[in-house]
Design a protein around this ligand. Sequence first.
Ligand code: F6R
Length: 250
Amino acid sequence: MSFPTIRVFDSPGPAVRELAREVGELIRSRAAVGRQAVLGLATGNTPRPFYQELGRLHREEGLSFANVISFNLDEYLGLADAHPESYRSFMHRELFEHIDLPAQNINLLSGSLPEADIPAHCAAYESSIRAAGGLDFQLLGIGSNGHIGFNEPGSSKDSRTRLIHLDRLTRRDAAASFGGLDQVPSQAITMGCGTILEARRIALLVWSEKKAAIVRDAIRGPVTNQVCASFLQEHPNTEFYLDREAAAAL
Ligand code: F6R
């Protein structure tokens, strides 16, 4: 089995600069032939410096996102769209407000739908990804329990976009930003592992010694639905971008 490529950097800065340059080249090369670039995006603390770098490339180096279509990985269920902790708010604040990605090209899962409407919403999301030609690039972080998106332990490798109950660890990790565990939603909508693994290129970013053990399990451990990031071992074009702390247990 071929393990994913592992890149270790002294700090997040050089890692995100290199990755943003790659994504910029993808966008520009598509624009040059009149095509779109389809990007799968993530939220959380980890991608913040990457989004800052994309904003800088737009501002200072003229990188246009006019030909980009974006799909976000996941969203909490039961939050108003404008809630500051919704992933929709996060994306606007951290990235969309700083670049020229056309509003109609932004695809976000909605956490404010009645539960009965969610299966159709998820199916429509999958159809939109297919209609766009599939994901050219998917950005990922990793949860303390090895989740990618909100694919919690037990999610199958071929799972699709769906409603999911959040794991205890995931909710605990989010408690501080929500102002307490009881404020953290108990459910979310997430792209499935199967949806993610169909991306033609995947970059998983990790900065933190707290994630070193789960990074080791994901990369060196068995491929198991108990650590969904381990499914990436079987993906032909995945790179892990790690800082030294995150790589400490490899
Ligand atoms: C976010 C997502 C999650 C996070 C993961 C790490 O859209 O899908 O899988 O990437 O929980 O979160 P941070 O980066 O906050 O440590």
